[in-house]
Unconditional design. Structure first.
Length: 457
């Protein structure tokens, strides 16, 4: 039996940066596709007219380049606005009055994690938890113990099947395509093991800094912000065993199982960097040792991947904005070839954003008598970042949450295991300075793939 569809969206954080950049465009897209026709109750601390929320939403979708007059008119008619004081449970009664007939509201909470407990408790006191779903943004906890404690607290009011932990990378078409590409191409899948793979690398680079979220970021850092969630989930999609049977739940289970096999990191497995000028940002402590850059080396304790290093690199104010994963196979000389050294290793490259690419690296013979060749890259697919037919991650995730579809959300065990992996190194204090526009501090060379990093272009 299918779970009931949500009949109202209660939107905490409607005036925040995430709402402006991601959520309002996603809501308009859901309306345009006919997937959103329920009341949207925007929640905030300030006393605002609903017209201000509508104006903010219009500015958001316009700047995102996707304003649709008909869809937005429908979207604007769905908005309500309710002022609440998160510390005053009585004010949550106003939400109930805004959706008096709702039996299955979806509470989407895009707020700082420290208020999750308060929001969940006050929703329950107002009777807004029965039959409801609770969708929470990352980070879910700040370590393994706090993540487990938060889940146990939420269970007082919401069962596990009603809790949707967002990791928006899981909603990206390009991340899903990693699993599809592996499953649909047995030749590729057969080569994904310690017998054939030399190493795997994942880079998430950003040319921008922390403006607008410096205070939050200074309490979190690169490892908590993107490694513990986004990048470990990407590693799981690259390395997990494919399910033997059908069903989306099995995909989630295999992702979680893979994360559970990643060895906990040690201080030898990370180099941290901080971009020069970071401490001048408003909201950043003057003695901050928060990393804006990190390189890490992971090991997976499984027969399939034993001995294969997985390298992760992420940072702010780097030369490009791009997220890319590359699986590089082992090279080997062949007597039939005239080349003095082995041809360039084969690889498969997944560009996750801002554009989407799947490419294969191979070697072809040069014209002439000698058996020598050159490396070539075969582009299997490429989708530009501005192609409007794509479903955004948040459109997919919010739509799935309304339907009760949990596949693309992070499971409790995966979240706790990912914290287990990074817990030993999140408080590490050694940090090295680097200049904006570079690939991190010189000390980062200590942790790098054998052939050097493949810098996204």
């Amino acid at each position: 039996m299918s779970p009931p569809r949500s009949d109202a969206l209660v939107f905490f954080g409607s005036t925040g940066d995430l709402a402006y950049k991601q959520i309002y465009p996603a809501l308009q897209a859901l309306v345009r596709r006919g997937r959103l026709d329920m009341p949207i109750v925007a929640i905030g601390r300030k006393d605002l007219p609903v017209s201000e929320i509508v104006a903010r939403a219009k500015d958001s979708v316009t700047k995102a380049g996707g304003f649709d007059a008909a869809a937005f008119a429908k979207l604007s008619s769905l908005f309500r606005y309710v002022q609440v004081d998160y510390d005053d449970p009585a004010t949550f009664e106003r939400i109930r009055k805004a959706i008096p007939t709702s039996k299955h509201p979806l509470h989407y909470v895009a707020l700082p994690p420290e208020v999750y407990e308060t929001v969940a408790t006050n929703l329950a006191k107002a009777g807004l938890h029965e039959g409801a779903r609770l969708t929470l943004e990352k980070p879910f906890g700040h370590d393994a113990a706090s993540a487990k404690a938060l889940s146990e607290l939420l269970y007082k009011y919401f069962p596990e099947e009603a809790i949707f932990r967002i990791d928006h990378f899981l909603g990206k078409e390009s991340v899903e395509n990693i699993i599809y590409f592996r499953a649909a191409n047995p030749l590729i899948e057969a080569g994904l093991s310690r017998d054939h793979v030399d190493y795997v690398e994942v880079t998430m680079a950003e040319t921008f800094g922390v403006k607008g979220r410096a205070k939050f970021y200074d309490d979190v850092g690169a490892v908590r912000d993107v490694v513990q969630n986004h990048l470990l989930e990407v590693v799981a999609c690259l390395a997990m065993d494919l399910p033997a049977g059908n069903g989306h739940d099995q995909v989630s289970a295999e992702r979680s199982r893979l994360i559970g096999r990643i060895r906990a990191l040690s201080n030898d497995d990370i180099v941290r960097g901080q971009v020069r000028g970071y401490k001048d940002e408003d909201g950043v402590r003057k003695d901050s040792t928060t990393e804006t850059f990190a390189v890490l080396r992971l090991a997976i304790d499984s027969p399939r991947w034993q001995g294969v290093p997985f390298f992760i690199r992420t940072g702010k104010l780097l030369p490009v904005t791009a997220t890319e994963a590359t699986i590089r196979w082992k090279g080997a000389p062949r007597p039939v070839l005239d080349e003095r050294s082995a041809p360039a290793p084969n690889y498969v490259r997944f560009r996750i954003g801002p554009d989407r690419v799947i490419a294969l690296g191979a070697n072809v013979k040069k014209d002439g008598e000698a058996m020598v060749g050159e490396p070539k890259e075969l582009m299997l697919c490429r989708t530009g970042p501005d192609e409007t037919h794509q479903m955004s991650a948040y459109e997919r995730l919010l739509g799935d949450a309304m339907e009760g579809e949990r596949t693309l959300f992070a499971r409790k065990d995966a979240v706790e295991e990912s914290w287990r992996v990074v817990d030993p190194i999140v408080s590490k204090k050694e940090i090295f300075a680097y200049d904006a526009g570079t690939w991190g501090p010189a000390e980062a060379k200590r942790i790098a793939p054998p052939g050097g990093w493949s810098n996204p272009r």
